[in-house]
Design a protein around this ligand. Structure first.
Ligand SMILES: [Zn+2]
Length: 305
């Protein structure tokens, strides 16, 4: 991957400097097509479509990521709070952070990219065709848009897991517990609420009352083997793969999309930027996915009305 990355950067630089000679290593790598009609023809024949989605799709709904410039909650970025160590040191602070993120989602809505994916699934299922969303996003916007067949690689803001008995449950309460009501303000000078651990969200399984944590995959944790093998199954059987709102050199698309492309299956990337891995794919559509995806996934003339 690193070699490919350097080679492609070299190509881009030489184009910028007006040298048109293509390095020998790149001669057999055509630029991906951005021919929408050609993509639509492939799409109209696909029976099992895998759609990998990432942060870019959520960003277009205004969902904060707490990473990179301006991405702080109080004094911290997500990498500092979304860890098992941070939770065991200060469960009250980490719960304030997740409570804030859950409450923020009440003010956000699915965007045209989410809606186009959900509408496509609903339409194609009636034709005996499958659409599976494999997402790294934890905000449930795909579910709210109407998608049914979703693999959430990183879990969900709206699920909890018990630290004692391991029970996982959906949880849409607002606030998630009385003690967190009005807490979680993101401003850098907000004091920690220092909620006693007994007043944080607790397990409701009979006789348990263990401390709950958000059922999300934290930094330093591995993906569940069950969800990974389900994702692998979908990717091994898909005959079209879309990579939406995530750079193809960044996990998880980096992990999955090239292996699909290597099987000779068409991969179409919908992203704000070109990436070195773009060169491995058949199609690339540049721009906000809320703009590029709806015309790509709408009913094809070959589909029944
Ligand atoms: Zn429990």
């Amino acid at each position: 991957m690193i070699v490919l990355q350097l080679t492609c950067r070299g190509l881009i630089n030489s184009q910028l400097h007006g040298h048109l000679k293509i390095p020998r290593t790149m001669q057999n790598m055509a630029r991906p097509s951005s021919d929408l009609a050609a993509f639509r023809k492939t799409f109209s024949k696909a029976k099992n479509i895998a759609i990998l989605t990432g942060a870019g799709v959520s960003a277009e709904s205004g969902v904060p990521t707490f990473r990179g410039a301006g991405g702080y909650w109080r004094k911290w970025e997500a990498q500092q709070l979304a860890t098992p160590e941070a939770f065991s040191r200060n469960p009250s602070r980490v719960w304030e952070f997740y409570h804030y993120r859950r409450e923020v989602m009440l003010t956000k809505d699915p965007n045209p990219a989410h809606l186009a994916i959900a509408e496509c699934e609903e339409r194609l299922i009636k034709q005996g065709r499958n659409v599976t969303v494999i997402t790294q996003n934890i905000d449930e916007l795909h579910r709210r848009a109407g998608s049914k067949n979703i693999l959430e690689l990183h879990g969900s803001l709206f699920k909890t897991r018990c630290m004692s008995c391991g029970h996982e449950a959906a949880n849409y309460h607002s606030p998630i517990c009385g003690a967190l009501k009005g807490k979680g303000a993101p401003d850098p000078d907000t004091e920690d609420a220092q909620i006693p651990v007994q007043q944080l969200p607790r397990c409701e399984q009979k006789g348990c009352h263990g401390l709950l944590r958000p059922a999300v995959v934290w930094f330093g944790e591995t993906l569940g083997s069950d969800i990974l093998s389900r994702a692998e199954e979908v990717l091994d059987s898909c005959d079209l793969c879309l990579v939406v709102g995530t750079s193809s050199v960044v996990y998880p698309a980096a992990m999955f999309a090239p292996q699909v492309a290597a099987r000779g299956v068409p991969v179409a990337e919908f992203n704000m930027e070109d990436t070195p891995a773009t060169m491995r794919f058949k199609f690339h559509f540049h721009g906000p996915c809320g703009t590029t995806l709806p015309p790509a996934l709408e009913r094809h003339e070959a589909e029944p009305k």
